[in-house]
Design a protein around this ligand. Sequence first.
Ligand code: FAD
Length: 527
Amino acid sequence: MYTHNLPFLKLFMLLSLSGFAMHISNPDPLVPASLQSIHLNGHIKFENLTDFSQDFGNRFSYEPSAVLFPASISDISATIKHVFQLGAQSGLTVAARGHGHSLQGQAQAPGGIVIRMESLRGTETRLHAGESPYVDVSGGELWINVLKETLKHGLAPKSWTDYLHLTVGGTLSNAGVSGQAFRHGPQISNVHELVIVTGTGDTVKCSAKENSDLFYGALGGLGQFGIITRARIALEPAPKMVKWIRVLYSDFTTFTEDQEMLISMEKTFDYIEGFVIINRTGLVNNWRSSFKPQDPVLASQFNSEGQKLFCLEMTKNYNSEDAETMELEVIELLSRLRYVSSTLFQSEVTYMEFLDRVHVSEVKLRSQGLWEVPHPWLNLLIPRSKIHEFAKEVFGKILTDTSNGPILLYPVNRSKWDNRSSVVIPEEEVFYLVGFLSSAPSPSSLSLEKNENLEIALQKNKEIVEFCHSANIGMKQYLPHHSTQDEWRAHFGDKWETFCRRKQAYDPLAMLAPGQRIFHKAPLPLL
Ligand code: FAD
């Protein structure tokens, strides 16, 4: 049977902490025989599993012993029951893999079983129209497919991520945040019901009213309490079109004051985000293919080189019959903003084009070989009262340019997040999501050589995190990654006790989502 041993543990810990691309293959020869006895509608694969030891972060790679392609919820339940019955001594773990877009191996199971959740996709997407519409979808469904399906009925989910080729279960295990979160809260605030297979193999329907402890635990629960196999997602009437606007600021205070004013208003834009641009050449020209400048002459004279700029990005939804009203509302809202006047850029696209916008970049980057590269991303939640101190130190001092990828920065309202969920956020009513979304392609074609770009990006991330700690910023990580249980305890703060209690209740052998590195299957010592 698969058992951890101390040298392996030490190696695992060492590699986990080093931050460089690594690959561990640790298949257990006894696993296939044991799993083949399970009666399944789908199937299990034991060979050629490399694809399941990769993720978007491209830095951590742990090969599983087996991959389950479930054709039904009962396949997932039977597999987990089987592993549960093997007991603590087996060391075998189970990880649900959504679209594998984690950054640090969170959807991987070293030597364990990966469940390919996308195989559950398409299992009966059921839409309920009416006054409070919703859709029941598989936990392995991609959000892009949820959008396509619901648009057929003139409806769509309310809250999104910037990129839709992620699974429902994957984003609900984190939070799911984008420019609609100020109004609707994150995706986890827009779920009515879940069907979860727990770490004992039990299938449990849960909601705010029924089995609510598991429901809230699983939302933002980093996959620790069970596998989300179905989710009931709140819908709203979908607009056909979107007015998409970008304006630039050179002053951070004015930029954030305007962002905060917009998210506090009743009648405001439908999506509000922002990003930081440091020392970029030809920025405005780059936008021209998709955005029309309000004043082409003045815009062409605008020079981004050597500048620290802040872009406010907003959209207003509309249908052709209310285009005029929308234009008036946009003019009124823009008149309140204090951006650099020559930098108003606008575009009109379909709702689908807007929501699926990052996929366009993906296609382009893939064609240049720049998608499957290391992504040393760092996502932080910063309380409003500290955002200026944070910006002063980070933008310009720690980071002197943004050529490696965008830096998102936008505020959201805490009151739209449910404190009963597992996700951890700062204490203040307004806090900022700041996402350092770096790419680190290797400067050399020789893969064995050190990737200097990655080392530099990781060093900058470290400096940013250390600054937050030393300056008492009250920062929390989003898509958190920590190396020790003390760090996890600090991350969860006063939610830690509840998190541990739920783990004991729903995954007593700690077999689920080992790639998060929060708990380790007994009888292992904690890393
Ligand atoms: P995976 O990476 O496969 O899994 C993530 C974790 O959840 C793992 O621990 C896994 O075991 C667990 N898990 C997966 N499925 C289930 C399930 N059904 N039940 C229980 N546990 C499960 N996030 C945002 O909030 N906002 C954004 O705007 C945003 N933009 C992004 C853009 C890009 C290009 C990328 C790559 C990521 C972005 N993310 C964003 C982050 C994204 O939400 C997370 O990385 C998410 O985990 C990815 O979903 P996935 O389906 O690939 O999950």
